[in-house]
Design a protein around this ligand. Structure first.
Ligand code: ADP
Ligand code: MG
Length: 145
């Protein structure tokens, strides 16, 4: 399996969530991941990108969201970054059902956590938020499964 790096930089508009989903789905398909894994990757990326737009940038469209993908033999790494308002208390924000918006479910981080093998959230108020997610890839190049 060759290593690969991709970056997609896009405006903070809801339409671009679909573009981000298409990119991760293409990479997942190239890696021959099962359809179910690809669906989960799409959800994880959607949730992180939606958070950047909705929470980080308060739904304002004149900002930039950064999506970076890095594939190695063993790992698919996904980084979603915004330069928005930041999260004052990351531990609290990651709790199931916690949301600063009463209209929302507060399950975005729960999905990211459960669909990915590793989730790291780095955030600074007024600087922005970086969400780093990793998925372990099964080695197919040798006899063991
Ligand atoms: P929801 O989006 O439904 O509120 P999440 O689990 O996705 O639930 O996020 C929980 C909370 O974390 C959000 O309500 C918000 O306060 C905060 N948050 C998440 N991502 C960001 C971000 N990129 N920038 C600022 N705040 C964020
Ligand atoms: Mg969310």
């Amino acid at each position: 399996m060759k290593s690969n790096q991709l970056a997609l930089t896009f405006s903070s508009i809801a339409e671009n969530v679909g573009i981000a989903r298409l990119l991760i789905a293409s990479v997942g398909a190239q890696l021959d991941l099962p359809l179910n894994d690809i669906e989960e990757l799409k959800v994880a990326v959607s949730e992180a990108v939606s958070n950047a737009i909705i929470h980080g940038y308060h739904n304002r469209s004149n900002h930039i969201v950064y999506l970076e993908l890095e594939v190695t033999d063993s790992t698919l790494k996904i980084v979603v970054k915004d330069e928005g308002c930041g999260i004052p208390n990351v531990e609290q924000a990651m709790q199931p059902a916690f949301s600063t918006d009463p209209e929302r479910m507060g399950l975005g981080f729960v999905f990211m956590q459960s669909f990915m093998d590793d989730l790291q959230v780095d955030s600074t108020v007024d600087i922005g938020t970086t969400v780093t997610m990793k998925k372990q890839l099964k080695q197919t190049s040798n006899a063991s499964h």
